[in-house]
Design a protein around this ligand. Structure first.
Ligand code: IVH
Length: 679
């Protein structure tokens, strides 16, 4: 900064900006900028205040931890303040942190401190107060000293024990941790909001905050929130271990959830290894994390190190690259999918988010565009978390330029010019061109050759584009009859590549009925429904002849799927493609159809609980049903078996209580394979 006056002006500007964002975020539950942007401004302000200490007023946003509590909730005073953490944005920052600690403790620079490493969950910090093992109060952090009483809501969170298990806990015990919404729950919540035409949540943390700040706990109860504990606050009338990691283990034995990824390591290099390893797996974790928290494990050392105003000296959060960033919306284009659905796609000024450069993001459908009120030229917030495709989650209204243009949806298909329609009960526009539409032809072929369908190697997107654009292939059946010379005429297709594709096509002809049904790309018929249809009918002929009623008898087939199936099976065009495929030599073995009572799990009631890593609960349910089991939502004396994945809660407890056999996902997979429900 050139001079003190300029610095003062800049600090005032930053303060005002941060205050306004803070209010929107914490009081209104409406974040207006990505966290990364907030952090950057905060860093700038801190730097200025460090350089000119006179600028550091008591009301500066750097001097407080959180936000004003909402007035409708009773206030709670935290006897022991709930602090926040200092951030490290690089490996260098982390090394500095370690150096400072060694220095303060009077240790040699190469000595190795023991650190507890934990994922930094992206949720809401809460305090749970247990008196004689009974949950007495749940509170938010608020500004660190005064929080909100959310006992009624916290009690609905399945992983919050209402009474502690075991024994030996202090008479008064305050447990602290994070309540968050796992990613799958977040996606589901937003999907439901979209279906109802309601506003969606920007991210899982925002959704968790919204869920916890409900005056009506019944709403909270419907949200699949989870609690994970990371420390102990106040305690009286009892002893606690002398190492942080042992405290967590102790909490675990009392029935509280702790994070399974936590590790104790020695030395700062091992801390970095932990960071790298978790950064690699970040996208595959079932919940959002925004960094790693490192804590000095020895409580005596923690005490010697002490606190600065708002954070402990003995802990730091190393942040991951942000999953949300701001950028500009340059244009909106429209893509036509396999079933004709027209999806608006945002073309963005490239931005680095979630570890990659993003220049396209989905806008889902017309309703979403309307809800976001997004215009071309707007500054938008883009989110890319996990392996979910990037999305535009919000607009920054203050930054809308005067010439921002509304998004106009096409009245004819942007690819084939056919009419577009919007079914009364649907949010999506569809091109009615069917197989006339080249976009739909391409998408159908890409799906048909994909690995889990007919598995034709070497037929990539570029090649499919050429085949369709040159009019060589219109339907999937044409792939098998296209002469060798035609393949040779395509770009980048030498004799060797052509032979490979032809061999792959030849090989794909020997398939299974399930793959074949799936490969046809009938609306709403995914892999597992295709499997159920194949096992239920045993042959294509039996499926093709099935009445609507017969279709409805198949596990997982409801009126909507039955209707799509009938439409496909009644269409002369579709049937002629199927016939052409069979004429070309596509074949499969018919399956033996067993009457329901002869199925291996007939008459048994199963319960699936917790997270299943490879299958997912709904697929597990479908597969179990295909073997004749009934899958129920609760455990009773009549339950034959419980499948429990990580995070299984009360259902698992009930099963143990009633002596009902429990298996894990691996055992389930073995069983499904043994009975032929899975390849
Ligand atoms: S320890 C005295 N551990 O991060 C230290 N915090 O910026 C207090 N958080 O308010 C926090 N995961 O909401 C700690 N494993 C973890 C955490 C964690 C997430 C959140 C927490 C806290 C914020 C600090």
């Amino acid at each position: 900064m050139a001079n003190a006056q300029a610095a003062a002006d800049e600090a005032a500007r930053l303060r005002e900006q941060l205050d306004s964002w803070n209010y929107q975020y914490h009081v209104l539950d409406q974040p207006s900028v990505p966290d990364a942007e907030y952090d950057r401004c905060m860093q700038q302000l801190r730097a200025l205040e460090a350089q000119y200490p006179a600028l550091c007023t008591p009301d500066s946003p750097t001097q407080r931890v959180g936000a004003t509590p909402l007035s409708q909730f009773a206030q709670v005073q935290h006897e022991m303040p709930m602090l926040s953490l200092d951030n490290a944005f690089s490996a260098e920052d982390l090394r500095d942190f370690n150096r400072r600690l060694l220095d303060r403790l009077g240790w040699a620079p190469d000595e190795a401190l023991e650190y507890a490493c934990e994922p930094k969950l992206d949720g809401i910090a809460v305090s749970l107060l247990y008196r004689d093992g009974q949950l007495q109060r749940g509170a938010t952090r608020g500004d660190g000293t005064t929080g909100e009483d959310i006992t009624h809501n916290v009690r609905t969170v399945a992983s919050v024990p209402l009474r502690l298990r075991g024994s030996g806990f202090p008479a008064l015990l305050e447990v602290r941790g994070e309540i968050y919404l796992p990613r799958a729950g977040f996606e589901q919540l937003n999907e439901e909001a979209r279906e109802r035409g309601e506003k969606t949540f920007v991210n899982p943390r925002n959704a968790a905050a919204g869920s916890l700040r409900q005056l009506d706990a019944r709403i909270t109860a419907r949200r699949p929130l989870q609690m994970c504990c990371y420390s102990v606050g106040l305690y009286q009338g009892g002893e606690m271990p002398a190492r942080h990691s042992d405290i967590l283990q102790r909490l675990h034995t009392w029935g509280l959830r702790i994070n399974a990824e936590s590790r104790v390591v020695k030395g700062i290099a091992a801390c970095e290894d932990y960071y790298e390893a978790l950064a690699q797996r970040r996208a595959t974790l079932p919940y959002d994390i925004d960094g790693i928290v490192y804590k000095v494990n020895d409580l005596q050392l923690q005490q010697r190190l002490g606190f600065v105003s708002r954070a402990p000296r003995w802990a730091i959060a190393r942040k991951f690259p942000a999953q949300e960033e701001m950028t500009r919306l340059l244009a909106v284009e429209f893509q036509v999918g396999r079933t004709g659905a027209i999806t608006p796609v945002a073309r963005l000024e490239p931005v680095f988010v979630g570890g990659v450069t993003v220049s396209n993001a989905t806008l889902h459908n017309a309703d979403e565009v309307e809800r976001l009120d997004v215009r071309i030229g707007d500054t938008v917030i883009v989110r890319r978390a996990g392996d979910v495709i990037p999305q535009v989650v919000a607009v920054v209204p203050e930054q809308r330029p005067d010439n921002a243009q509304p998004v106009r949806f096409p009245d004819s298909c942007p690819v084939c010019g056919s009419v577009v329609e919007r079914a009364a009960d649907e949010a999506v526009l569809r091109c009615m061109g069917g197989l006339v539409c080249q976009a739909q032809q391409k998408a159908a072929i890409r799906h048909f050759v994909s690995r889990r369908a007919m598995d034709v190697d070497g037929l990539g997107d570029k090649l499919v584009d050429q085949l369709v654009d040159q009019g060589l292939v219109r339907t999937v059946a044409d792939l098998y009859t296209l002469p060798r010379e035609a393949w040779l005429g395509l770009e980048r297709m030498g004799a060797k590549s052509v032979d490979n594709v032809l061999a792959a096509l030849e090989q794909s002809k020997a398939t299974t009925l399930q793959r074949f049904i799936y490969a046809l790309g009938i609306r709403e018929v995914g892999e597992s429904t295709a499997g159920n249809l194949a096992r239920h009918f045993g042959s294509w002929e039996a499926l093709a002849a099935a009445s609507e009623e017969a279709l409805l008898a198949v596990p997982d087939v409801g009126p909507v799927v039955a209707d799509h199936l009938r439409q496909f099976l009644d269409s002369a065009d579709s049937l002629s493609v199927v016939q052409a495929l069979r004429n070309a030599g596509v074949h499969w073995p018919d399956l033996e159809v067993r009457p329901a009572e002869a199925l291996p799990l007939a008459g048994e009631t199963w319960v699936v609980t917790g997270k299943l890593e490879s299958l997912g609960r709904s697929e597990a349910k479908t597969l179990l049903e295909s073997l004749g089991a009934r899958v129920a939502g609760s455990v009773s004396a009549k339950t034959a078996m419980v499948v429990a994945g990580p995070g299984a809660g009360s259902k698992l407890g009930k099963a143990t209580e009633l002596n009902i056999p429990v298996i894990d996902e691996a055992a389930l997979l073995t069983l499904l394979r043994r009975h032929g429900a899975m390849p």
